[in-house]
Ligand binder design. Structure first.
Ligand code: GAL
Length: 426
């Protein structure tokens, strides 16, 4: 009798927990995503390479021929993306950022590439990129000038959309500098979206609209999603742990607002991957890769693929982690809890699987252990009644079979992350 009562109480408790998790699920997981930009693109987050963080606005090809923004750089990176396994794991878009333009438009009002640095022009570059099985991205700005001071698209949206389509461009990063009002900003982003659609060419539309709106008022993400394939929310990524942390902190502080809106066709963009550069330790690089996968972020590397160490390359090309990022269910993950300088993040995946990341934010000491009851993962469903857990990062290793009542113990390096995949066992 006694045992039966205990069992009943524990069942009721379990049910209570499951209901509580379901409530949390509705809150964070969101109702079905809002309508996405209707161009059939970015059904999973865009993957590729973007020059900005690593090469910035270096236009000095005389003194720095290998690291200035030039045709040569993009031809070389295209070649490597195709030959060194990058394209094979999904990095497809080779993207030019600011500083590719000549200082003036041509006599017909069209943008033109700087003739010295891009002697073959963008069309020829696009042809080469396409011949490698890749796609080409380009950059422009909704306002009067780009952030680095080159010609802006204000007043020229239709001409610019047509020029990009004529050149064979496949993605446009549209920045928001030098825009004199919030109305111009919103109208400009919408106008360019429609202009790109009217060209009839498939062009991924990458926006910075919410980033420029936040200081003035809260962006309407439902509207932004109707016009953009991805959108930057927060400041530029730098090659530092402080920058990665600030992006993660911003994301967690705003997750109720931004997580539900992401989905196939439209994604939050926490900016480029800086893995393979100078500023992040091995563990911090693992954290960036793991969390960008959990956040369903576009994976746009900004590094020098001509000189990248084997560890960074292996991390960026890790197929299991990429599979989480590219999961077809298209739900963005979120931070589940923070305690004792640990963060636990999780993301629902297709086939009832879950990705879970444990981040050790403590910047002093050595590896710390963290134990979590698997009942609290995946909204109470991930290991119900049981699951098989595989650790993907920092190294791949099968952790085995877990019952609903089991605990999971991990060891996480300072500023590092343990990334796990949980699959239904039965
Ligand atoms: C910034 C943008 C960066 C980069 C830069 C170019 O506003 O956020 O990602 O594009 O402009 O000038």
């Amino acid at each position: 009798m006694m045992t039966a009562t205990v069992k009943l109480v524990s069942r009721v408790r379990r049910l209570g927990c499951v209901l509580a998790f379901c409530f949390l699920a509705l809150f964070l997981w969101g109702l079905p995503g809002a309508r996405a930009l209707d161009n059939g693109l970015a059904m999973t987050p865009t993957m590729g390479w973007l020059h900005w963080e690593r090469f910035m606005c270096n236009v000095n090809c005389q003194e720095e021929p290998d690291s200035c923004v030039s045709e040569k750089l993009f031809l070389q990176i295209a070649e490597i993306m195709a030959s060194d396994g990058w394209k094979d794991v999904g990095y497809e878009y080779l993207c030019i950022d600011d500083c590719w333009m000549a200082p003036e438009r041509d006599s017909e009002g069209r943008l033109q590439a700087d003739p010295k640095r891009f002697p073959g022009g963008i069309r020829r570059l696009a042809n080469y990129v396409h011949s490698k099985g890749l796609k080409l991205g380009i950059y422009a700005d909704v306002g009067n000038k780009t952030c680095a001071g080159f010609p802006g698209s204000f007043g020229y949206y239709d001409i610019d959309a047509k020029t990009f389509a004529d050149w064979g461009v496949d993605l446009l990063k549209f920045d928001g500098c030098y825009c004199d009002s919030i109305k111009h900003l919103a109208d400009g982003y919408k106008h360019m979206s429609l202009a790109l659609n009217r060209t009839g060419r498939s062009i991924v539309y990458s926006c910075e609209w919410p980033l420029y709106m936040w200081p003035i008022f809260k962006p309407n993400y439902t509207e932004i999603r109707e016009y953009c394939n991805h959108w930057r929310n927060f400041a530029d990524v730098y090659d530092s742990w402080q920058s990665i942390r600030s992006i993660l902190d911003w994301t967690t502080s705003n997750q109720e607002r931004i997580v539900p809106v992401a989905g196939p066709g439209g994604w939050n963009d926490p900016d480029m991957l800086v893995i393979g550069n100078f500023g992040l330790s091995r563990d911090q690089q693992i954290t960036q890769m793991a969390l960008w996968a959990i956040m369903a972020a576009p994976l746009l590397m900004s590094n020098d693929l001509r000189h990248i160490c084997p560890e960074a390359k292996a991390l960026l090309q890790d197929k299991d982690v990429i599979a989480i990022n590219q999961d077809p269910l298209g739900k963005q993950g979120y931070r589940l809890r923070k305690e004792d300088n640990f963060e636990v993040w999780e993301r629902p995946l297709s086939n009832l699987a879950w990705a879970v990341a444990m981040v050790n934010l403590q910047e002093i000491g050595g590896p710390r252990s963290y134990t979590i009851s698997v009942t609290s993962l995946g909204q109470g469903l991930a290991c119900n009644p049981d699951c098989v857990i595989t650790q993907l990062l920092p190294v791949k290793r099968k952790l085995g079979f877990y019952e609903w009542t089991s605990s999971l113990k991990t060891q996480v390096n300072p500023t590092g992350t343990v990334l796990l995949r949980l699959e239904r066992a039965s």
